[in-house]
Design a protein around this ligand. Structure first.
Ligand SMILES: Cc1ncc(COP(=O)(O)O)c(C=O)c1O
Length: 388
């Protein structure tokens, strides 16, 4: 099969309509707008299936030169067993099995590969823990130094992991937003390897969609259930399926359900079909620390994506998260509370009859997003107490 000639990827700031070469160190447009990558993904299946089972098998769909060497541990192509989650049969991607223990490695391998290619020697990143661990791991592999900004309340295992990789820790008192504000100063003078601002990150997470497509026998599922904090997996997954649709590889987009914790649910009040506005709602501390993002910078983009995918936001309470964690651990899935939050929403997905009427037995895919070892003390505490 002959491969069509691809256009060179470039960065675009949609709010100011500016274009930048991908080699730039800037992370926003001149009006402070968010950057995206303009790129045409192609899927030469005959080549893809002959490559090792990892996310770099989709080389022609990634904005990184096909001939260049990525910074990689051979990650991806995570198993996708069929599992009974709260009484419903779904496919469950084992994203906790990535080298640093969460799906964030999908974004980190592409972002750090790109950073290395353009000559970055030092970078900064802010995170609730897992994106910081992923960036620190790949920077260690690439020989790039990094400073990782974290809320001081981050799970001790994540702090220990980041420090072990040799990253410099910057622990910030207060909320996740206080940490995001603190990194901004540093980001003006260092490369900002942000999983939120840097679009290379979600062009890595989009491989989650490609793998589902391939593992289902080159077809799309009916629905995907994802966590939403900053939306890096949700935006990436939607881009991935939209690229497959555009390339004629699937016939329609799956419905996307985004899951938030009731105690921090800025997207819940903003039903995607009705508004572009993100509700600024008071938020409280939740055990699902990975999705505790009260002001997601890409909030509007998340709503646009959900609208295009006929999606919805669902919320789960702390007791539902705890029950879900116990349920999953008792089946052998050792996951962190944030992962359990996503799976706590599965009964609500199946209770929503409106979308299911079209399908006899809908194909639903979700994931274990982070490993239990990331928050082992919390998991132990929850699993040893009696259910409420
Ligand atoms: C385990 C886990 N799951 C889900 C998320 C949600 O992330 P996002 O919405 O930014 O993709 C995070 C973010 O840190 C996480 O650590």
């Amino acid at each position: 099969m002959s491969i069509p000639k691809q256009l060179k990827p470039r960065l675009i700031c949609k709010s100011s309509s500016e274009y930048f070469p991908v080699e730039t160190y800037r992370f926003q447009g001149s009006d402070g707008g968010l950057l995206d990558i303009e790129y045409e993904a192609i899927f030469p299946k005959d080549k893809i299936v002959k490559r090792p089972p990892g996310m770099w098998r989709y080389r022609e769909a990634l904005p990184f030169p096909v001939e260049a060497e990525p910074v990689s541990f051979g990650e991806g192509f995570t198993p996708m067993p069929r599992v009974n989650v709260h009484g419903h049969g779904i496919f469950l991607k084992q994203e906790q099995l990535f080298p640093s223990g969460s799906y964030k490695d999908r974004g980190a391998t592409l972002l750090v590969s790109h950073a290395k290619r353009i000559g970055v020697q030092h970078c900064v990143e802010d995170s609730s823990g897992n994106a910081g661990s992923a960036i620190a791991a790949y920077c260690a592999r690439a020989g790039i130094t990094c400073d990782i900004y974290l809320p001081a309340s981050t799970s001790p295992a994540k702090i220990a992991q980041i420090s072990a990789y040799g990253a410099r820790l910057r622990l910030i008192p207060g909320s996740r937003e206080a940490t995001a504000d603190a990194v901004m100063n540093a980001a003006t003078s260092s490369y900002y390897a942000s999983h939120v601002w840097n679009p290379f990150f979600f062009h890595g997470t989009k491989t989650f969609a490609y793998e589902i497509w391939e593992q289902l026998g080159f077809r799309a599922p009916d629905a995907v259930v994802l966590p939403v904090g900053n939306g890096t997996l949700l935006i990436g997954t939607a881009i991935g399926f939209e690229e497959l649709l555009k390339a004629g590889e699937i016939e329609k987009l799956p419905k996307i359900f985004g899951v938030q914790a009731e105690l921090c649910a800025p997207l819940l009040g903003s039903e995607p079909s009705k508004t572009d506005r993100i509700e600024v709602t008071p938020s409280q501390q939740t055990i699902a620390e990975g999705i505790a993002v009260a002001r997601p910078p890409r909030g509007q983009q998340i709503l646009e994506v959900l609208r295009r995918c006929n999606g919805r936001v669902l919320c789960v309470g702390e007791n539902e998260i705890i029950a879900s964690l116990r349920h999953m651990c008792r089946q052998g899935f050792f996951i962190e509370p944030t992962s359990a939050a996503t799976l706590a929403a599965i009964p609500k997905v199946f209770r929503d009859k409106a979308w299911q009427s079209e399908y006899r037995e809908p194909i639903v895919v979700s994931l274990c997003s982070g490993h239990g070892l990331k928050a082992s003390e919390k998991v132990a505490e929850i699993s040893q107490t009696r259910p409420v």
